[in-house]
Design a protein around this ligand. Sequence first.
Ligand SMILES: *Cc1c(COP(=O)(O)O)cnc(C)c1O
Length: 283
Amino acid sequence: MTISSIMHPLLDKNSAQLDMLRLDLLHPTISGNKWFKLKYNIQAARAENKTCLLSFGGAYSNHLHALAYAGKEFGMKTIGIIRGERVENPTLHDCEKWGMQLCYISRSDYRLKADEHFLAAIQEKFPHAYIIPEGGKNALGVKGCTEILDGVDMENYDFITCSVGTGATFAGLIDANYPKAELLGFKAVKNGEYLHRSIEQYTSKRNWKLITNYHFGGFAKKNPELVSFMMDFRIKQGIELDFVYNAKMMFGLFNMIEQTTLFDQKKILAVHTGGLQGNRSLK
Ligand SMILES: *Cc1c(COP(=O)(O)O)cnc(C)c1O
């Protein structure tokens, strides 16, 4: 696993050290955290003799993108239930190219995505499908994420940071149990008051906190300040960030390094969760 050291005058000024764990470099297509969330779900699907993987997402979903590719690699059919009306974009184009069947449902129906009766109806319609929740957020997804930091020398770090969508990745990092470090999860969504409790469902550890004020107006929202931060980061650090998750985390982290003393003399490991396929919608 690659760890990049980040160099920046602000870090020098506060004697802080910042490293980035590069999950974005793990795989050319299933980049980042998504493979960790899928791994045990795919194993379970096979153990149940399911021939198809079905999940939910928006039209730019990194999760469905990874699922479609994984299905192709493992010789399983895939079905993506997409929120809203049909759109053309590179994410869905890839999904279809890799054989995923796309079903568009209304936003109001999509809200039922975790409803028992709704799921039973889907299971009846697709009896061979193993159903994975949106974002791969279930106990097996979290279990996969407990392995993200395997092989990293955790004695080194005071803080671990990652971006939070459904919270599955963050829950896994927490539950992997690095008692010396404090874990900070940067929320990529505006609302999500439920996130705190839903993370607690997967772990009883207490050494974590959600950082809530760097969502830039909501999920996948951006402004010129964020975009210029991303461009600057790519030029100065040689690392591309996705605008939905990692750019917001890194912006927030630098903002906190500048405005607080929390990170003075501390060592931080920021987990780059990948997601760069989504940046194609910026161009
Ligand atoms: C999905 C995703 C996340 C959020 O992961 P959750 O487990 O849903 O919190 C973070 N970063 C990237 C790049 C993602 O694609």
